[in-house]
Design a protein around this ligand. Structure first.
Ligand SMILES: Nc1ncnc2c1ncn2[C@@H]1O[C@H](COP(=O)(O)OP(=O)(O)O)[C@@H](O)[C@H]1O
Ligand SMILES: [Mg+2]
Length: 341
């Protein structure tokens, strides 16, 4: 049993203790028993355990400055007004952190989708799991055998269905990387409050979206205009908030918060990165993450006199991650030397 399974099971156990009347009995692995035996807990307790163990967002080191609070307020306001919100901005400007923080404040469990080329509608909504064949051999009379084969098909929900059914917050990261056709299923979710499961029949085909359902989508502004621009009909149904890199003070505070580095060092790092950012083309601009990386490198370097690495080299290594040629590398070295003096 993994640590997370154990955690889920322990939580299930605790919530079970407080539950008066468990209605549906399901089986879950027992934490106390390593030989994978099972115990009975209610469906409700099982859900709660899974939500607490796997769907509780963690947003460590989040800091709030006036500009962060302003973004947070706009995002929260539009979610409260009932609209999905699309955060658009360059890589490393703080979109995902903001989404996770606001989701945490909402207090609902959070499910994730990370958009990419290969995402299909089933990845969003779910599908039928592999069929299992079960054979029962009945020998209730010593010389009479009866065997019964049953095929089991089980529907498994994916993040969007879970979020719509149970009122979770959906964070759909890099949503514009997904092919528009796969995201079509979102249209009726956002417009009519209905999720349609195309592979199901009858009334099972439709899920009424839970009133607590919220969706925060993020996209990279640099890639956004590319081949997978989402269809206008979908964009029309959501609010867009453009997120740019935070200002100098906020970036300094973020670096200090993440690394515990002194203010003067954080300031120096942020100044260098911001100066380089101005000079590099959009796709190569270093984000706030680069500042945090340099600060962490600097801290690791402390007391390591055996290493012949200086501060400028740390900066070069961090911004070199998007380098595509020796000429490009030379240019970056030059920018660091220029900015660091
Ligand atoms: N308000 C904030 N408080 C603390 N750290 C932040 C904040 N905003 C961004 N960061 C940090 O900056 C880095 C980039 O942020 P991230 O949300 O991953 O950007 P994006 O999703 O736009 O690529 C991460 O290391 C993140 O932890
Ligand atoms: Mg992100």
């Amino acid at each position: 049993m993994t640590a997370s399974e154990k955690k889920a099971s322990e939580r299930a156990h605790n919530s079970e203790a407080g539950s008066d009347n468990p209605s549906i009995q399901v089986r879950i692995r027992s934490p106390a028993n390593m030989d994978c035996s099972y115990e009975l807990i209610s469906e409700e307790a099982r859900h709660k355990a899974i939500e607490e163990a796997f769907l509780t967002p963690e947003s460590n080191h989040f800091i709030s400055t006036p500009e962060v609070i302003e973004m947070e307020s706009r995002l929260s306001l539009w979610l409260q007004a009932g609209y999905p919100v699309h955060l658009i901005g360059p890589t490393g400007c703080g979109k995902t952190s903001l989404a996770v923080h606001v989701a945490k404040v909402l207090g609902r469990p959070v499910v994730w989708i990370n958009g990419d080329e290969s995402i299909t509608t089933s990845d969003l909504i779910g599908g039928y799991s592999q069929m299992q064949s079960e054979s029962v051999r009945d020998n209730y009379v010593h010389n009479v055998f009866k065997t019964k084969d049953t095929m089991k098909i089980e529907w498994v929900d994916n993040p969007l269905s879970l979020a719509c059914k149970f009122g979770y917050t959906l964070i759909y990261n890099e949503f514009s990387r997904t092919k528009p056709a796969s995201n079509n299923v979102l249209l009726s979710v956002f417009e009519e409050g209905i999720l349609e499961l195309p592979t199901k029949f009858g009334e099972d085909r439709y899920i009424k979206v839970h009133p607590d359902f919220k969706a925060i989508l993020t996209s990279n502004s640099i890639e956004y205009a590319g081949i997978h621009r989402p269809q206008d009909a979908l964009l029309d149904r959501m609010v867009g908030i453009y997120a740019d890199y935070y200002g100098y003070e906020t970036e300094v505070r973020i670096v200090m918060e993440h690394t515990g580095i002194s203010q003067d060092k954080a300031e120096k790092i942020v100044q260098i990165i911001r100066s380089i950012r101005e000079k590099l083309p959009d796709a190569q601009k270093p984000g706030t993450r680069a500042c945090i990386m340099i600060a962490k490198g600097l801290q690791t370097l402390k007391g390591r006199d055996d290493l012949a690495i200086d501060f400028k080299q740390l900066c070069i290594d961090v911004i070199a991650s998007k380098t595509c040629s020796p000429k490009d590398m030379e240019e970056k070295k030059r920018l660091v030397m220029e900015s660091a003096t």
